[in-house]
Design a protein around this ligand. Structure first.
Ligand code: C5P
Length: 277
């Protein structure tokens, strides 16, 4: 059985407070990006194994969130071993949710393949044990995320027809890598009068530049000046709105559908993927 775990971007990301459990409360809009996805396949087997293809970094099978998802369900349900094949296209340490999406897909695949009938609410509990943004990937639509990212509410925002480009800021010609834990460790939480839903409801996309903020952009500026340069490069190429995704390092630009992004060039970024929403 095969599935295609998709990537996400964050449209705005407010860090609103630090919690007693050392996580942060946030307010964000998770937006699915279907033209960038991994591939995850389950095959019957005598013992559990996972083979990862096209992954520049070698994560041990035990540390892979897909394996952790298997063991989570195996502890509570009688499921036989499987052989897993994971083809990576979503870059890691990019803020695009690749590992979390793979793990959420694994939970859903196991649920379907072995007819476990686990309800969505319970799958969300398992997903949260694997990562804060993992529950979002169990949903098939844009969702506002609060709390650690697990308090999810459907968003009605439509970006159909807009063109999206995902890029990596470059350092020494290589994509920048930012650890989520490090990014959170340096961010300064800020309470806001307006929720992100209020801001999105009251502004048009061409005004987002002045209203829709990812708080990590301020805290990462000193250590990673490449991010501001990358976003400026997207605006120079005609983006209506450009931002960092999650805790980075990937950035994205939203463009008018008529803009031809094939062959887009900048010294400040490398292209990950682009497509129509
Ligand atoms: O939940 P996840 O494992 O993806 O988080 C990685 C790290 O990012 C956490 O250990 C924590 O340091 C930080 N984090 C946070 N607040 C969140 C999500 C993540 O502080 N809402």
């Amino acid at each position: 059985m095969l599935s295609f775990p998709f990537a996400k971007i964050n449209l705005g990301l407010h860090i609103t407070g630090k919690r007693a459990d050392h996580y942060h409360n946030l307010d964000t809009l998770f937006f699915p990006v279907r033209f960038l996805h991994d591939a995850l396949e389950l095959v019957d087997a005598d013992q559990y194994s996972i083979t990862t293809y096209n992954s520049p970094e070698s994560i041990s099978p035990e540390r892979n969130l897909v394996t952790k998802a298997f063991h989570l369900l195996e502890a509570d349900y009688k499921i036989p071993p499987v052989e897993v094949h994971l083809v990576k296209r979503i870059p890691s340490k990019a803020g695009l949710g690749g590992g979390s999406s793979d793990a959420a897909s694994m939970l859903m695949l196991l649920n379907r393949y072995f007819k476990l009938n686990i309800p969505l609410e319970k799958l969300c509990d398992y997903a949260l044990q694997l990562g804060s943004d993992c529950p979002f990937f169990l949903h098939n639509q844009p969702m506002y995320g609060q709390g650690r990212g697990e308090i999810l509410n459907p968003a009605t925002l439509q970006l159909k027809g807009y063109r999206l480009i995902l890029v990596s800021p470059l350092r020494n010609h290589k994509p920048l890598e930012i650890s989520t834990a490090d990014a959170f460790a340096h961010v300064i939480p800020l309470r806001r009068a307006d929720s992100l839903a209020d801001i999105i409801a009251s502004t048009v996309i061409s005004d987002w530049k002045d209203h829709l903020k990812n708080d990590f952009q301020d805290s990462l500026r000193t250590g990673f000046p490449e991010i501001d340069r990358c976003i400026a490069g997207l605006y120079e190429n005609g983006a209506l709105y450009a931002s960092l995704s999650g805790s980075g390092s990937a950035c994205y630009g939203l463009f008018d559908p008529a803009v031809d992004l094939h062959g887009i060039k900048s010294q400040t970024f490398g292209v990950i993927a682009q497509g129509l929403l």
